[in-house]
Design a protein around this ligand. Structure first.
Ligand code: GTP
Ligand code: SPV
Ligand code: MN
Length: 584
């Protein structure tokens, strides 16, 4: 008798008609084979094996370098169940339309079957997925990003409890590219892209879109959040999870080298992108990182900004769309060295400064998490780590202060729901446009966001020791257009204040938007920053906030009656607090 997994694989093969089906076991020998196939396809290069052992560069199709949100769909019978922020297709129509593109898509190709676990093997919070794909690059990447192969097949056994994902690169034509989720069937279909979140189906498709839908049904949370541990003097570690939109600093915060190390503050990494959380027997929200690797933004990564990841990247790493030096080493803008003579761009051309950047702005590295010197000894703890603080944030050049604390859970949910950020290169489309992005989940919530806010409100009532909720902004700019805050390793100063607030210490002053640190609340020793810059960093400008409240009101109106009354109440309350506060 075929197992449920084998039966589904057979069905997928009947549709896509590959020449051959290969079940992956995750072994090193198999990996070397897959990497060789990648090299044979001509879009990948072996990097310098002396300085970058077992490292590769992959170039994706130039039309396929980021998530494509306008081609990403949630497919449910009722359109209203996906809400105004998701693209919708009816399941029958989607199966027909995308089915036609998948029909025979793997002719002449190998179909790899990739069983994988999201989360540590054996953890009660982990889940199994099975991706079939015709891309060896996807197989090699999934091997780094998840627990892949035999370990997953063993965990699954004869069970039908897995999320199937059917992926084919198709012909890579954006006109025939679709990423479709069927949350009721817990099924993913992706065709026409070989890049990141479009193709590594365990990541955004399963661990966020499908998992967020399951989490609401089952009373847990699947969030676009990093998880870090802040060690304080004496060695105690306090865990925090932070949601920032794509390319807004999650990886960098999770892996930072603290500038307050001498004072005894150090940051440990659990995860850099996704958090799955369940209420533990101790009444705390327990978080695991469902991933096993980091798929991080390369440009801007250097020994100065993120030495931990730089140390991790020198072996067993796949680089995607970075530049390459004549010594076969990866190179990108902001790596900390001058562009060397003979530099090759991500498109494979000789670099010429007049023609722009050498590395694609969304070029990335794929590296095993355990290679980071900052990896937390508890990063694979099956029960997860207890979360004491949630941190929301984004790129707000003018509005949000460096940090503020919400008054309570309900207000904190409102703070998350009113998040907005300037768009980045992580998705196709314009860069630098401010858009609403609640909880950094706008592109990743697998159902109606009004129901998602309701789920957050309900979780707050159920968690005996709920995390305190904060908001940060590393990206505020001065009149000269430059960032006011040095960011990166200096962000630990903000984490330290957050820790103090969690512990009931830390000095703060009340403003209409929440508690902001007092001038001596934030540890500034050893930091060169002008007092005027600090004034601007903490300024809560009533006019700017009025404009933003009008904008979020318009955004919330899209949800109609489905929007929870609590969100509307909090919206009115902050407006009132501004009216009552005496202008400075
Ligand atoms: P995804 O992987 O797309 O979800 O992104 P992410 O949220 O992990 O963002 P990441 O840490 O990769 O940072 C994205 C960009 O922001 C990089 O170019 C970083 O150099 C830059 N960045 C990160 N942290 C800071 C900071 O504190 N200050 C400033 N100015 N830039 C930062
Ligand atoms: C993001 O865009 O938030 C990422 C990269 O983490 S991707 O895997 O492409 O979604
Ligand atoms: Mn992300």
């Amino acid at each position: 008798m075929a197992t449920p997994m084998e039966a589904w694989v057979e069905e997928a093969a009947r549709l896509t008609k590959p020449d051959q089906v290969v079940f992956c076991d995750g072994s090193e020998a198999e990996n070397q084979n897959i990497l060789q196939t990648m090299l044979n396809q001509g879009d990948s290069y072996q990097l310098n094996q002396k300085t970058y052992p077992n490292c590769y560069l992959h170039r994706s199709n130039p039309s396929d370098v980021a998530r494509t949100e306008h081609l990403t769909f949630i497919s449910t019978p009722q359109k209203d169940d996906v809400g105004p922020t998701n693209n919708w297709m009816d399941p029958e129509g989607a199966k027909f339309k995308v089915g036609k593109l998948l029909d025979g898509a793997m002719r002449g190709r190998i179909m790899y079957v990739v069983p994988y676990i999201m989360g540590p093997a054996g953890s009660p919070i982990s889940k199994v997925g099975v991706e079939v794909t015709d891309s060896p690059y996807v197989v090699a990447s999934m091997r780094i990003m998840s627990r892949m192969g035999k370990v997953a097949t063993d965990q699954l056994g004869n069970s039908s409890d897995f999320v199937p994902g059917l992926h084919s690169i198709g012909d890579l034509d954006p006109l025939r590219r679709y990423i479709v989720h069927f949350p009721q069937e817990r099924l993913i279909w992706s065709v026409g892209s070989g890049y990141g979140g479009n193709a590594l189906l365990g990541k955004k498709c399963f661990a966020l879109r499908i998992a967020s839908y399951m989490a609401r049904q089952q009373g847990w949370m699947a969030e676009h959040m990093l998880i870090l541990g802040l060690e304080s003097p004496g060695g105690r570690v306090t865990y925090m999870a932070a949601a920032f939109p794509s390319a807004c600093g999650k990886t960098n915060l999770a892996m930072m080298v603290s500038s307050l190390q001498d004072m005894g503050y150090k940051v440990w990494t659990i995860g850099d992108d996704i958090s799955w959380m369940k209420i533990g027997p101790d009444g705390y929200l327990r978080a695991i990182n469902p991933e096993a690797g980091f798929f991080g933004v390369a440009p801007g990564t250097s020994m100065k900004t993120n030495p931990n990841v730089m140390a991790a990247l020198h072996h067993n790493t796949i680089f995607t769309n970075t530049g390459m030096t004549p010594e076969f080493e990866p190179w990108w803008e902001g790596i900390g060295t001058e562009p060397p003579p003979g530099l090759i761009t991500w498109r494979g051309e000789k670099w010429d400064p007049s023609k722009g950047v050498a590395a694609q702005p969304n070029s990335r590295y794929t590296v095993p998490a355990k290679q980071s010197p900052s990896i937390d000894p508890r990063w694979e703890a099956p029960e997860g780590v207890p979360i004491s603080a949630f941190i929301f944030g984004g790129r707000r050049a003018r509005l949000a202060p460096l940090v503020y604390e919400s008054f309570n859970w309900q207000h904190g949910v409102f703070v998350g729901a009113t998040m907005a950020s300037e768009t980045t290169a992580a998705a196709t489309g314009d860069v630098g446009i401010t858009r609403r992005d609640p909880m950094a989940m706008l592109p990743f919530c697998g159902y109606n966001m009004a129901d998602y806010f309701q789920h957050w409100l309900e979780m707050g009532k159920k968690i005996p020791h709920p995390p305190k909720i904060f908001h940060v902004n590393w990206f505020r700019k001065g009149a000269d257009g430059k960032f006011l805050w040095p960011g990166y390793g200096e962000n630990v100063r903000v984490l330290k204040w957050i820790l103090e607030r969690v512990e009931g210490r830390g000095s703060a002053q009340e403003t209409p938007i929440g508690y902001v640190p007092t001038r001596n609340g934030l540890t500034l020793e050893g930091l060169k920053i002008a007092p005027e810059a600090l004034d601007e960093l903490f300024r809560v400008d009533a006019d700017n906030w009025a404009t933003d409240l009008a904008d979020s009101k318009e955004f919330f109106a899209k949800f109609g009656d489905r929007l929870p009354a609590e969100i509307r109440k909090e919206h009115e309350a902050v407006g009132k607090r501004f009216q009552q506060s005496v202008p400075a």
